[in-house]
Ligand binder design. Structure first.
Ligand SMILES: Cc1ncc(COP(=O)(O)O)c(C=O)c1O
Length: 354
């Protein structure tokens, strides 16, 4: 049975988007491919209001999170974390042989400049964090964090995981002035998984020239050389690129500010519902995500509740990491609408009343 997904990703993909991906295959060294590639790059820049390099790579977002570390760091980083994906970015640095100083912020709390006070010394080559922590639904102020990093060490690079915030919330790329901003297609772009996107700065490309062992697939200098010619480094997922091009047109037609407001509206619906029906949402007030509602379960038997919800054709997401047993998550990103969320919440109400 097919279910409508209100998950944290992959998320629901509209029928017309799926249809857009069924165009005849083209090779990735032809003129039509170059046009497709160039068009996507331009539309990403326009939608996100940035002039950073846009690198498109086949794979899930993690490949480009790894690329940032592998290209931008010889030895030492600072990794700030307030949840599972922040922890993963630290592991990712360590497994690539870097020394990562971990700054632990309590789960459910936002990462703030004071958490890194005095920690970004001259030996710190990059500071990395997750803009919207998908395990807890906390959206931190990345612009404030980046300013603090640069105030302490102007040479430090800034890597932001924007996997569940890009295209759902305004991440103010010009103010952020980051060196790597990474996301994937299966979240707020409302596409199947399979393309990782990195927005990359000139600073990171310059630094990469001084860092050995960048790999092949993750070598930003190789990727940049091909990208300059509107090619991918290795065989790209062309069908998914048709979908990405289609979705970018949809987003530009909606208007990004309207899109961000729609996400805000959906988040408000979920928060109000959670306040009324359960024990509210998990993250700190003022720093709540507009793409993921992380709801305190209270006494709800989630597994039983969720199997009933699934039998009615809806799927949400379990809690994640340390708060797995105390929360569940409702994804409200991409092409999901406030009407869709209202319908979901009314079905959830019916099940709770039963
Ligand atoms: C915040 C965040 N970062 C990274 C990832 C990993 O992304 P991917 O599975 O596309 O590699 C996820 C996946 O859910 C995420 O939510």
């Amino acid at each position: 049975m097919s279910r409508t997904l209100f998950t944290v990703g992959p998320v629901h993909v509209e029928q017309d988007t799926l249809q857009a991906m069924t165009k005849p295959m083209i090779t990735h060294r032809c003129k039509e491919y170059k046009e497709l590639h160039a068009g996507i790059v331009e539309k990403v820049r326009k939608a996100l209001d940035t002039d950073m390099e846009v690198f498109l790579v086949g794979g899930s977002a993690t490949v480009m999170l790894e690329a940032a570390i592998r290209n931008g760091v010889n030895q030492k980083t600072v990794g700030i974390t307030n949840g599972s994906f922040g922890n993963r970015s630290i592991e990712l640095g360590e497994l690539n042989g870097k020394t990562v100083e971990k700054v632990q912020v309590p789960w459910g709390k936002a990462m703030k400049p004071e958490h890194i006070a005095g920690k970004v010394g001259k030996d710190v080559e990059a500071v990395h964090w997750v803009s919207n922590e998908s395990s807890t639904g906390v959206f931190s102020d990345s612009v404030a964090l980046a300013k603090e990093v640069r105030a302490q060490n102007p040479d430090s690079l800034v890597f932001v995981d924007a996997v569940t915030s890009a295209f759902a919330m305004d991440i103010k790329l010009k103010d952020l002035d980051a060196d790597s901003v990474v996301f994937g297609t299966q979240k707020a772009l409302a596409l199947p998984p399979g393309i990782a996107v990195m927005l990359c700065s000139e600073r990171l490309l310059e630094k990469a020239k001084t860092v050995p062992n960048r790999g092949f697939y993750t070598d930003l200098l190789k990727i940049k050389k091909q990208s300059d010619d509107n090619y991918a480094l290795t065989t790209p997922p062309v069908s998914l690129m048709y979908g990405l091009d289609y979705q970018l047109d949809r987003m530009l037609a909606e208007g990004m500010q309207a899109r961000y407001r729609r996400h805000q509206e959906m988040a408000d619906l979920v928060r109000n519902w959670a306040d009324k029906k359960l024990e509210g949402v998990f993250p700190e007030a003022g720093y709540q995500s507009n793409s993921i509602g992380v709801v305190n379960r209270g006494g709800l038997d989630f597994n039983d509740f969720h199997s009933k919800l699934k039998s009615k054709g809806y799927e949400i997401s379990n809690g994640y990491g340390e708060v797995k047993e105390q929360t569940f998550r409702i994804g409200h990103m991409g092409d999901t609408t406030p009407e869709g969320i209202k319908k979901l919440l009314s079905v959830m109400d019916e099940i709770m009343e039963e």
